[in-house]
Design a protein around this ligand. Structure first.
Ligand code: GLU
Length: 344
């Protein structure tokens, strides 16, 4: 891939709002030659197959599907199986989405099938100076004193300070032990602005995040960007726990020459304690609910109500009753239903 043109500002295509973003005016950012564009664009749902989908995942999937369908987009499904995989879970998730009444276009993309493409992108980034080797262990990172300008939880920058001879020495040490360094993004900016349907213009710091793990596997933050572009995704609807990842993913997309995407980070469904939904909360998956006699129609009714739509009992009815205005009016706070009473 050739890194050709120079980017001076970032456009977004969200909601007819402003087309450029002053925060993204860094010069010297080079981008590639672009990517085949798909018309129309697509929305997507991209679960990690780490277990059955719970009410929060189902709600996010419905929202992503409706956002796509109501804005004239295709809707695609991708199983992100490069991390956190439980055997059999991918097929179960696909079955659950189908049972819920969600439909998608084309085949389900299995992320691990694209390892060679992820590897190529890593090589391109390295060649162009947008990646560096990181020899740090988790402990090194934990114990490193963070420079004052490094946001909490971000990479402290240790391996960026290494001299050429130190790098050569570390490489030898690693090679002698049969280990390889992780690769991290060296972004040419420290922050980036994205457009989000719920958060508006959102500017956040860009971390030197891992793009290739030390076991050679592509990292989530890399693969998600490459595969979204491959599937023609220009609308990313997902849980708002991933909002802070979006500036880094967006700059990476720019560096790889992909079109800008619009985000819609939707609130999570949490237990009333404020904790993430878990087994201990009781029945939160379709199967667990079915064991208690709760039907798909009831699940849809309850999820629809949480989105401001009353009295619908199927995904298609929900889609018919929904409009983009109601989608945009979704409360920003997490939805914290009393799970014992929800289906009583
Ligand atoms: N695979 C990720 C997850 O299930 C979601 C990735 C995304 O939507 O960007 O947490």
């Amino acid at each position: 891939m050739a890194f050709a043109s120079t980017l001076t500002s970032q456009a977004h295509d969200g909601a007819g709002n402003s087309a450029s973003s002053p925060a993204n005016s860094a010069s010297e950012i080079t981008i590639g030659e672009g990517h085949p564009t798909h018309t129309p664009g697509a929305g997507r749902f991209a679960p990690s197959p780490s277990g059955d989908l719970h009410l929060g995942n189902l709600r996010t999937a419905l929202l992503a599907w409706m956002w796509a369908r109501l804005t004239g987009r295709r809707f695609v499904l991708r199983i992100e199986d490069i991390d956190r995989v439980r055997s059999g879970s991918a097929q179960r998730q696909i079955d659950e989405l189908q049972a819920l009444g969600i439909d998608w276009d084309g085949e389900v993309l299995i992320q691990s099938s694209r390892a060679h493409v992820h590897d190529e992108a890593v090589k391109t980034l390295l060649r162009n100076g947008y990646a560096f080797e990181c020899f740090c262990s988790r402990k090194d990172i934990r114990e490193a004193a963070s420079a004052p300008h490094v946001p909490p939880g971000h990479y402290p920058g240790t391996c960026l300070q290494l001299s050429a001879s130190e790098i050569a020495r570390k490489r030898e040490e690693f090679a002698a032990e049969g280990r390889r360094p992780a690769l991290r993004l060296k972004a040419p900016v420290s922050e980036w602005t994205v457009y989000d349907e719920y958060f508006g213009e959102y500017t956040g710091p860009v971390d030197h995040f891992v793009i290739q793990r030390s076991d050679g596997a592509p990292a989530y933050n890399l693969a998600v960007v490459i595969d979204d572009a491959f599937q023609g995704v220009d609308q990313v609807v997902r849980g708002d726990d991933l909002l802070s990842q979006s500036p880094g993913q967006a700059i990476l997309a720019h560096l790889l020459g992909y079109p800008t995407v619009t985000y819609a980070h939707v609130p999570l469904v949490l237990a009333q304690s404020g904790a993430r939904l878990a087994k201990r909360d009781g029945a939160v998956t379709i199967e667990e609910l079915a064991e208690r006699g709760v039907t798909i129609a009831q699940i849809i009714e309850v999820l629809a109500r949480s989105m401001g739509i009353e009295g619908v009992h199927s995904a298609s009815q929900l889609l018919e009753s929904m409009d983009t205005e109601t989608l945009r009016a979704l409360p920003r706070q997490p939805w914290t239903p009393d799970l014992d009473k929800l289906f009583a």
